[in-house]
Design a protein around this ligand. Structure first.
Ligand code: C2E
Ligand code: CA
Ligand code: CA
Length: 249
């Protein structure tokens, strides 16, 4: 609550690249909290608390508005093709304002077209009433916003949800990417998930790419997009502008 009241949050942006061309395609917005005393609290600590005390709706809305405002700025700088991915907590689907309606209002307010925006959701969605969830996701997707299944492969994800729920993007979890380095089995698993995503007609993005060996395997397997410390850490909006200009040049 203090973070929100005192304006102590800001966003970092991690670049996402086309695996084949190396071009910058998009960014993932990641929230940061620096307290008045200068302490950095990681989102893995404060997001669950925000969910627990019921401020995730307000926090999520701040993140969405701030990231969309930044996307407008990047577009003014000429970065017309940049996509923006924003993490959305499952509870944001159950707030007082319908999420699809909230997103629509933000897009209109910022003058953004929906096809530049992507929301990242996790399989915690599956714990809810699945028919209800499908309808809620579909309403978001009907606006033209893409839906990405984050951390894919972790937890208890059942493959049947890929059929039931309307996902556009599968985000291969970091643990599978790091397993690429740990023997044939790990590599095979990563490649198999990428093939599955492709065969289902979904875009596949790998996160947590940390070395050239992993990147080579992902590229050979036909993974569409890559994100990770090797290619770029979460950074300021200005840094994104800088690398975008460099990647065009
Ligand atoms: P996530 O959505 O899976 O985000 C990716 C996390 O992996 C980020 O941590 C990022 O800094 C880190 N990462 C990126 N590349 C690499 C890499 O190559 N190696 C390693 N080891 N790590 C990498 P971060 O920023 O600490 O975020 C942690 C989690 O907090 C996120 O995981 C997401 O679940 C949540 N989160 C962050 N921002 C938001 C937000 O605005 N809303 C919601 N609901 N959740 C958020
Ligand atoms: Ca994410
Ligand atoms: Ca993730």
């Amino acid at each position: 609550r203090r973070a929100l009241d005192n304006d102590e949050l800001h966003l970092a942006y991690q670049p996402q690249f086309d695996t084949k061309t190396g071009a910058l395609c998009g960014v993932e917005a990641l929230v940061r909290w620096t307290t008045a005393s200068g302490e950095n609290i990681p989102p893995s600590t404060f997001i669950p608390i925000a969910e627990e005390i019921g401020v995730i709706g307000e926090l999520g809305r701040w993140v969405m508005r701030t990231a969309c405002r930044q996307l407008v700025n990047w577009r003014k700088e000429g970065l017309h093709n940049l996509r923006l991915a924003v993490n959305v907590s499952v509870q944001q689907f159950y707030g007082t304002v319908d999420l699809a309606e909230q997103l629509r209002a933000i897009l209109v307010d910022k003058g953004l077209s929906a096809d530049r925006l992507e929301i990242e959701v996790t399989e915690s969605l599956f714990m809810r009433n699945i028919e209800d969830m499908r309808a809620k996701l579909q309403r978001v997707r009907d606006l033209g916003i893409r839906i990405s299944l984050d951390d894919f492969g972790t937890g208890f994800s059942s493959l049947s949800y890929l059929r039931t729920l309307p996902f556009d993007v599968i985000k291969l979890d970091r643990s599978f990417v790091s397993d690429i380095d740990h023997g044939d089995e790990g590599r095979t698993l990563a490649i198999t998930i990428i093939n599955m995503a492709r065969n289902l007609g979904k875009t596949c993005i790998a996160e947590g790419v940390e070395n050239e060996g992993q990147l080579a395997v992902l590229r050979d397997a036909g993974c569409d997009l890559v994100q990770g410390f090797l290619l770029g850490r979460p950074m300021t909006a200005e840094d994104i502008s800088r690398i975008a200009t460099a990647s065009v040049a």
